[in-house]
Design a protein around this ligand. Structure first.
Ligand code: ZN
Length: 456
């Protein structure tokens, strides 16, 4: 993607959680557009709800790169590799924390790559920023926004007059919503932890307040300051992070570095399944990893794009099958498109620029899904991170249980070609019928070769 002056005129609109309104996005510095998204806590397979922000903000990243030039966008998505859930998992399984986090970081990278999610520009790990976190706490204490009590350091919410402004919550709602631990050392029940002590068997780092570890909210604030500075253009994440996580990030960063931490807050809605919240007990809980054994990553990506990002998304196997069939159809159309594609169709670009309206973008692609517009379909789809597989490979498909493998199919096709050369047409037709019954469609080319695809 090149950044010609013409392409830079695209107007991006985003719904800002802080104002509750759709606003025209104007970066603070168009030469260095900065976006931060809260990444995974790496102790287990990511469930499909965690994949949604990865895909939503990947689309925004692609759009920003297109609008401002790939070299002018910095996207940081962190890895949370210290957390009480990780400690609990290590205690349960006996596997060292570093092994758990390294393994699930690798799995996360593989799974997101399968969904055509681009790697972020920067991927900071929390455990590699402990010194910056300690420095930030010292700064908050010096500014009287934080206090030390019983080996803990707490943020004093009373020091931020508009605490609650991001999540639009009253003080009582915040106390109820945070399920705050009522601890005798807190000055106010809404105060939250910046640093907490570690027991000898828990991971910890030396600090001015004794051996301990950071609170989760603080991790993101310190990594944002380190890599992106203050203020930043866009902070994203799932809707469940608005409170307390983002409210608290905002409180810390504003107290430490001044007002105006984030220009535009963007939050995606929940993923449900069969209209219900996903849960292991209902049997409608999918990890990305298990879905990838049943469906191609692009089908999962397209399914995640089927609802507007601010709306709930109902993830079902029917939706995934429909998404796969739609891609099959598009791939058949673009199979013969050779060489470099044409410009990104304006209607696809405009839909994405209009608050990431992916249902509208998909409808625009569908309108291009005709033989004479196949190269525009390809350009538009690739802009959205779709149709990136070789069409011939895609249409050969991944065999499902009981399906013939590629070797067997190609052996039968070779036998049929042999029979045709020997003018044994009865045998050639019998082999074709056998392949048809196996769900394989043959496409004989004028040059005498035969292409094939799965019809299932
Ligand atoms: Zn965060």
């Amino acid at each position: 993607m090149t950044g010609t002056s013409d392409e830079r005129t695209v107007t991006i609109r985003l719904t800002n959680t802080a104002s509750g309104r759709k606003e025209i996005f104007r970066p603070i510095d168009p030469e260095r557009v900065r976006m931060y998204v809260c990444g995974p806590t790496v102790y287990d397979y990511a469930h499909i709800g965690n994949a949604r922000p990865a895909v939503v903000f990947d689309l925004l990243f692609r759009l920003l790169r297109h609008a401002f030039g790939a070299d002018h966008v910095v996207y940081a998505r962190n890895i949370t590799d210290i957390d009480d859930k990780i400690i609990a998992r290590a205690n349960e399984t006996g596997e060292p924390i570093e092994e758990i986090t390294a393994r699930f970081t690798r799995v996360y990278h593989e799974d997101m790559a399968a969904l055509n999610v681009l790697a972020p520009t920067i991927e900071p790990h929390a455990t590699r920023h402990i010194a910056e976190m300690i420095a930030m706490i010292e700064r908050l204490i010096a500014r009287d926004c934080a206090y030390v009590a019983q080996g803990h350091v707490l943020f004093a919410v009373s020091h931020l007059a508009d605490y609650g402004a991001l999540s639009h919550r009253s003080r009582d709602e915040m106390i109820a919503g945070a399920r705050v631990e009522v601890a005798p050392w807190k000055r106010d029940p809404a105060d939250f932890v910046l640093w907490k002590p570690s027991t000898p068997d828990q991971p910890g780092w030396e600090s001015p307040w004794g051996r301990g570890r950071p609170g989760w909210h603080l991790e993101c604030s310190a990594m944002i300051e380190t890599h992106l500075g203050h203020p930043i253009d866009i902070h994203g994440g799932g809707q469940d992070l608005v409170f307390p996580h983002h409210e608290n990030e905002r409180a810390q960063s504003c107290c430490a570095f001044g007002d105006g931490f984030v220009q535009t807050w963007v939050h995606n809605g929940y993923v449900v399944s069969g209209g219900e919240k996903m849960s292991k007990s209902l049997g409608n809980f999918f990890t990305v990893h298990e879905l990838l054994s049943e469906f191609p990553g692009e089908a999962i990506r397209l399914a995640l794009m089927s609802a507007h990002y601010r709306q709930p998304l109902d993830m079902t196997r029917d939706l995934l099958r429909d998404s796969r069939r739609r891609l099959d159809r598009w791939y058949r159309l673009v199979r013969e498109v050779a060489g470099d594609e044409e410009a990104i169709p304006e209607e696809v670009k405009d839909a994405l620029a209009d608050d990431l309206n992916t249902p509208k973008a998909i409808a625009a692609l569908e309108a291009l899904a005709r033989p004479e517009r196949a190269s525009a379909l390809k350009a538009g789809a690739q802009f959205l991170g779709l149709l990136l597989t070789d069409p011939h490979d895609w249409l050969k498909g991944t065999p499902r249980h009981g399906d013939p493998g590629i070797e067997e199919i190609e052996r039968l096709i070779a036998e049929r070609a042999e029979a045709r050369r020997a003018r044994d047409f009865a045998r050639a037709d019998a082999i074709r019928d056998r392949l048809t019954a196996m769900g394989i469609r043959l496409l004989d080319r004028p040059d005498g070769t035969t292409e094939w695809e799965r019809t299932g």
